[in-house]
Design a protein. Sequence first.
Length: 379
Amino acid sequence: MNKLTKKSFYSFLTLYLVSSFIFLAAASYWFYSAQVSTQKSNNYYKMSHIADMVSSKVIYAHMMDEVFSLEEFPHAKVGLYDKKQNLQYGSSIQNVNFTSDFYMKDGVFTLISQGTASHLNIAYVVIQSKEYAQEISKIKQNIISTTLIVAISIIIIAVILSHIFLRPIKEKIQEIENFVKDTTHELNTPITALMMSTSRAKSKKVYDEKIIKNISISTKQLYDIYSSLSYLSFDAQKEDAQELLLDEVVKESIEYFNELLEKKNIALEFDSNECKLKIAPNKAKMLVNNLLSNAIKYSTPNTKIFIRTTKNSFTLKDEGIGIAKEKLHTIFERFTRANSYAGGFGVGLNIVDSIVKEYKYTIQIDSQENKGTTVLLMF
């Protein structure tokens, strides 16, 4: 990852983790508070139930004149006290504060009941239990372990999501880097040709036809690059549509690329029939220029290109290197090139596709490797 991607990755990861841990901490605290309240209530009702049971047995033993026997309870200590607060039966965990009915001290809950009504000289039933503290300790351990597991899961998910989130950004950055490299390469060729041609012209002090032709071709290549970048960057789509003859646009395009056709010794045949369209002039020009430029670029020397216009269609057929079948579905994607036979940015067919979609035309491309490509536009 480069610096920009790393910065985005760590920013997203930090934001996700901080927000997730805040929610996790809040949820853990809420759950702990709820469990503490629940355990306190449960403990109180359990101790009250024990106190009621013991009081009932004390009263029953007194009324029936039977010997009273205090049973043991698994999670509580029971002590029976007289009016002078002296222990008569059972035992206690800690000293009893008889001024409160229900209290907790050092993790021990104490409940004091006077439900015996002084039968058998028992004034107070005291229940003491550590169960609440033990249960709260278990709950704390469970919450801590669960929180740690959830936190680790959140970290793992955050890392995965960060990579998923950054994948399109990384792809776009890679596209931009490739675009910059391609732009540098594409500009280098015509600029070098211009510099060499002008240098030769200066040294000879004679401007022969070959030098002028090289300068013209290089200048046109630079202009085509400029036109494509302008269309992509400055939104040339706002131009108003007007009625024009596409066959005339094709003738101008052929004339424009004539020097390049001659340089590669490519024969071009044009079957011209009137084709009226309502389209922005610059877009009509870019539509034809991009298709013809691609045909010339990907044609080998000493081959042929055939163009036909009809009332509602445009056909261009070349004998070039063709396009692999598995790459046909990606040729309209921006910055995508079907092969590296010739230079380019991978934007020409993307521009064609955007114009076709804007005017609701249809485009069909048939191609075979090493045999050529046929492009059919229906208006």
